[in-house]
Design a binder for this molecule. Structure first.
Ligand code: SF4
Length: 429
């Protein structure tokens, strides 16, 4: 087992001292292709073309298949095994697939070529292919590329890679423009509308969301942009926005009443909103959310929760579940610990919280069994065996498919955790 490295509070700029360890070994996580499932629903004129193998096609089809109600906006160009001499053919084939797709689907405005891990795909230079295809299909369609490969990315990092690929093509906000707020991270439309309404009621009107619903309406960015991350897994996108002059507003993530209030407060402070107006705008939804959470609390309070690393939402969720619902925190696994982005969350976690960055799944399973938690948050691959061993589980993937941010969703978020416990009670009755 890796040594536990206590992180001194001062080095993080935070009060409590947590036990943070890093471990490496076999991982049980989905790859970054998974992000296509929520990204294609958000960016309504984009198409995601996975350049991959039959395995990639199966993953994306089975994970997203149940959600297709209309013609899908994702597909897989299957690159079969070939040697380097066959690369010219592979590029020709890709061009043909793209031509056919774009002539059949004139509604597509942005095409993402999404790389994957088979060696035949790694050999292909998808950034050059994207440049070539962009030139060919300009101005109707912009072609961008990113990697969703399981070698490079876990589950939610696909979104980071996708947004990061879009940052260079965001228009420049003219110098000395009035300050604008950019909310970064895919949110359900309903959540986006609620957050926009709250910000507007505070007098913050210059608000853009990234990714946008329409890829032709890309937000402008520049030194007069301040941005708030709505999702914790956007480290590369955050760095790229900073490189374009935008300034990140440090804040916890908008999960639960406390997180949402602090997140909104960061925007309010940046735009000089008075404490009175802030209170006036947030009081009613805050109280509604607190009342709804109180109904979930009896089942969750005092119950121990264990997180396997998966979505990168684990630390903000642990903060919410411990502080607002009284859950007891077991180990908090996270694929990556971005200390800068997590600084405000780490400050709010109970002192001595045990955080594991990375994964050695066998060791972690041993620790999980030893802790005997009431609820385990994990990926699909671990959930069934753990359920069979008598543990209640919550699939981490549901946390990115369900609207969970903001006041109105706080109780829904709590319910995602109380539902498996309720099911266990019913089964035992
Ligand atoms: S990108 Fe890699 S990990 Fe993901 S489905 Fe394809 S082969 Fe599997």
């Amino acid at each position: 087992m890796s040594p536990v490295i206590p992180i001194r509070a001062e080095s993080l700029g935070c009060e409590p001292q947590h036990q943070i360890q890093t471990e490496r070994g076999q991982r049980e996580v989905f790859c970054g292709l998974t992000g296509i499932i929520w990204l294609h629903r958000k960016i309504q004129d984009a198409f995601f073309l996975v350049v991959g193998s039959r395995t990639c096609a199966h993953l994306i089809q089975s994970a997203a298949g149940v959600m297709i109600f209309a013609e899908p906006r994702f597909g897989t160009a299957i690159i079969d095994e070939r040697d380097l001499a066959g690369l010219a053919d592979a590029n020709d084939e890709l061009d043909k697939v793209v031509d056919k797709l774009l002539s059949r689907r004139p509604d597509i405005r942005t095409l993402f070529l999404v790389g994957s891990c088979p060696s035949e795909v790694i050999k292909l230079d998808l950034s050059r292919a994207a440049e070539r295809l962009s030139r060919q299909h300009n101005p109707q369609v912009r072609v961008l590329n990113y990697s969703g490969s399981g070698i490079e990315t876990t589950f939610t990092q696909g979104e980071d890679a996708c947004l990061n690929a879009m940052v260079p093509v965001l228009p420049t906000l003219p110098a000395h423009s009035p300050k604008r707020l950019l909310v970064v991270g895919t949110l359900a439309d309903i959540v986006e509308d609620q957050l926009r309404r709250l910000l507007t009621d505070m007098g913050i009107h210059a608000v853009d969301f990234f990714p946008p619903r329409n890829s032709q309406a890309l937000p402008e960015v520049g030194p007069d942009t301040v941005f708030l991350l709505a999702q914790p897994f956007l480290a590369d996108t955050s760095l790229s926005l900073e490189a374009r002059g935008a300034q990140r507003l440090p804040a916890p993530f908008p999960l639960g009443v406390e997180g949402t209030t602090a997140w909104l407060q960061a925007a309010a402070s940046a735009f000089g909103v008075s404490a009175t107006l802030f209170e006036q705008v947030t009081a009613a939804p805050r109280q509604r959310a607190q009342a709804a959470l109180a109904r979930q609390q009896p089942l969750l309070e005092g119950k121990k929760i264990f997180f396997f690393p998966d979505s990168q939402l684990e630390i903000p969720l642990a903060r919410f579940l411990s502080r607002e619902l009284g859950m007891v925190l077991g180990e908090i696994g996270t694929p990556y610990l971005h200390r800068k982005l997590m600084a405000q969350e780490l400050e709010l976690l109970p002192a001595g919280s045990r955080i594991t960055e990375g994964q050695h799944v066998e060791n972690q399973l041993d620790r999980c069994h030893a802790e005997a938690p009431d609820l385990v948050v994990c990926g699909l691959g671990l959930a069934n065996p753990l359920e069979a061993q008598g543990l209640a589980t919550k699939w981490a993937i549901e946390l990115v498919f369900t609207p969970i941010q903001g006041y109105e969703q706080a109780a829904d978020l709590a319910e995602l955790f109380s539902r498996p416990l309720r099911r266990r009670i019913k089964l035992a009755a």
